[in-house]
Design a protein around this ligand. Sequence first.
Ligand SMILES: CC(C)(COP(=O)(O)OP(=O)(O)OC[C@H]1O[C@@H](n2cnc3c(N)ncnc32)[C@H](O)[C@@H]1OP(=O)(O)O)[C@@H](O)C(=O)NCCC(=O)NCCS
Length: 184
Amino acid sequence: MDFLPVRAIHEHYMLCRSWFENRETTKWLSSPLRLGRYPKVIHEKLITDRRNQVFFIMVDSSPIGLVGLQDIDRIDHKAEIWYLVGEDHCRGKNYASQAVGRLNEFSANRLGLVSLYAHVSVLNLASIRVLEKNKYQYVGRLRRSFSVNGEYQDLLLYDWVPEFNRNEAKMQVREESDEAGSSS
Ligand SMILES: CC(C)(COP(=O)(O)OP(=O)(O)OC[C@H]1O[C@@H](n2cnc3c(N)ncnc32)[C@H](O)[C@@H]1OP(=O)(O)O)[C@@H](O)C(=O)NCCC(=O)NCCS
């Protein structure tokens, strides 16, 4: 699994459009990407806006989906993460989870972000699982703040804080070595 930056070229636009016009896929995304329409002006804004970073998720040199940051805040060093696997046959193969893991590291190490967050519908179980597998923590619930086909749903807020996760990992290693020490 690899990343390729999405650009404003026609080929990239057409591929993104094929995914963003699939309402079954985009119904879970925030507006305006949820609308099932993807005019070139939205593509250009997605790519050129300094508050966004968008990458193709590449598997065996082929793009299968997207992972991105939006609302990158370079003062408070935070951003919202989003993702989709556009090619149906590539779902359930851990690619989205790997891509989120890679983007976490990129955001912390290359962009210097100290907090990533995601809003996910309470009904989007696959997406919740992707966040949980990447050690995102549930931090809150916005009631009735997202509509799918006219039905209002709650949005769950998850966050990932690099230092916190590193410290947690260190503590886990320490606990494991303490346990190994006490049993020997
Ligand atoms: C969410 C999405 C990116 C997940 O892609 P994916 O390639 O299937 O993700 P992964 O394979 O990395 O992980 C999916 C996990 O969800 C689980 N899952 C899938 N459907 C599920 C369901 N209906 N209920 C519970 N778990 C489910 C899978 O079993 C897997 O977990 P596991 O590895 O523990 O078995 C994909 O479904 C998608 O593009 N959806 C539309 C766009 C979207 O919702 N984006 C997120 C907006 S917040």
